[in-house]
Design a protein around this ligand. Structure first.
Ligand code: APR
Ligand code: PHB
Length: 411
């Protein structure tokens, strides 16, 4: 047998043996994004076993460009999970943000109003740190998993079936965490008759560019102008992330770098436009904006976390941060169950998670409504936006309310 053939067979056997090792576990986690990985790592720290079933490859998951603002609750959770060392070294503490309209600009001081800050650190890096931690502890992570079906979630003996390389497998478990995002299978496992869905699709998208250039400012700039919304963000001192509002039917390929930079400059104050360092885009994509919530977030022994249950427009950077509070509630509920046999925490999971989800939805909707230009806006509507911005600029109470939501409401 050739060496290559042996290696392939060995890998297949290893995978097969590996997969067959998982015929029973305590918690099956569907989805190996940040929600699923964070839950798996937290459970592991308490000796609770889980198996993560991920549809894609690890590289595919890590290839997704995501936002980069972490609330205090998430950074605390990452420290509790033992995965915060690189974030603490490489993340940037941000004590405020700038909001501009035309050439006017003012700052919201998070620390002054709340005593807290946010951390700028790419969510992709969070996911990378979580993968490394799970692999260090030989976590059960299965990739290229197809046809996941959640069975008997409303019984005391749920199980999950799935395929890898065309071979069917079954895992019996105590609980299932649906962390498989908006397009996953978990939400649809909850019968339609018991589900209520709430959705708002925004009439615009965000065209985002990543460039190896120094950020235009050391804090984020949320900008609005007659031409629409723009956001100046960053990943590090030589990696900037910029967004401009665009129509939903646009194609990123139709936007040259020069056209993007020119439009961005139109939407930020002149001083920042003059200071902007432009360069070739290393990533350019358009994201649609949606608000979405499904209720309840649990059914029997199935619990939905993160994007599987809710979506927010990225304006308030609440996507991963709201997934984190879901994970917090579910982790503590499962810990209580396994350590004491008491099920109060898991019984109340959906109620507790949704209470915070809806507040994040409200803030994301409010901040989006404040800063974007809507196709059907009247002159009066625009006057209301300007009045709201002027009120926010002049009122410590309004700024405190904005800051409380931005740094993250308590869990
Ligand atoms: N079977 C297995 N895995 C699946 C399935 C399936 N049927 N469907 C989807 N997945 C995987 C996806 O490939 C993805 O890796 O589930 C994962 C879901 O990850 P996310 O979509 O990132 O959702 P979540 O982990 O909840 O992250 C929440 O984090 O990335 C940020 O801002 C982003 O709002 C998002 C937040
Ligand atoms: C980002 O850096 O990608 C980012 C930051 C803040 C947001 C959205 C995206 O509100």
């Amino acid at each position: 047998m050739s060496k290559r053939r042996f290696a392939l067979d060995h890998k297949a056997i290893t995978l097969s043996v590996k997969v067959e090792m998982f015929v029973k576990t305590q918690v099956v986690i569907v989805g190996g994004g940040p929600s699923g990985l964070l839950l798996s790592q937290l459970l592991h720290m308490r000796g609770i076993d889980s198996v993560v079933l991920e549809r894609r490859t690890k590289d595919y998951v890590l290839g997704r460009i995501r936002a980069g603002v972490l609330e205090r609750g998430l950074t605390d959770l990452l420290r509790e999970a033992g995965v915060a060392d690189r974030m603490d070294r490489e993340g940037f503490p941000h004590h405020g943000t700038l909001i501009s309209y035309g050439d006017e600009m003012f700052r919201i001081n998070f620390s002054e109003h709340t005593g807290h800050m946010v951390t700028v650190y790419g969510q992709t890096e969070v996911t990378r740190d979580l993968y490394e931690a799970r692999e260090r502890s030989c976590g059960a992570l299965l990739f290229n998993v197809d046809h996941v079906v959640i069975q008997d979630a409303d019984s005391d003996a749920p199980h999950v079936t799935y395929e890898i390389a065309g071979v069917s497998h079954r895992i019996d478990c105590d609980f299932i965490a649906g962390c498989d995002g908006f397009h996953g299978v978990s939400r649809a496992t909850i019968p339609y008759r018991v589900r209520s869905e709430y959705e708002k699709v925004y009439p615009f998208g965000w065209l985002g560019v990543l460039s190896e250039t120094p950020p235009v400012n050391d804090e984020l700039i949320y900008a609005t102008s007659p031409a629409g919304f723009a956001l100046c963000s960053m990943r590090n001192s030589n990696l900037s992330r910029y967004y401009i509002q665009c129509s939903v039917d646009e194609d990123a390929a139709n936007w040259s770098d020069d056209a993007f930079w020119a439009e961005l400059k139109r939407r930020i104050p002149a001083a920042q436009a003059d200071a902007l360092v432009t360069g070739p885009s290393i990533e350019k994509s358009i994201a649609p904006l949606r608000s979405f919530v499904t209720e309840p977030m649990q059914w029997g022994r199935l619990f939905l976390c993160g994007d599987a249950a809710h979506i927010v427009p990225p304006t308030g950077a609440k996507g991963l941060n709201t997934a984190a509070s879901d994970v917090h509630y579910l982790y503590h509920g499962l810990r209580q169950f396994y350590e004491t046999g008491i099920s109060d925490g898991i019984d109340a999971y959906s109620h507790k998670a949704l209470a915070r989800v809806w507040k994040a939805e409200r803030f994301s909707w409010w901040f989006s409504s404040l800063l974007h230009r809507y196709p059907d806006q009247t002159a009066f509507d625009i006057k209301m936006q300007i009045a709201e911005l002027e009120f926010l600029r002049s009122s410590p109470a309004a700024q405190k309310a904005m800051a409380e939501n931005y740094v993250g409401l308590p869990y």
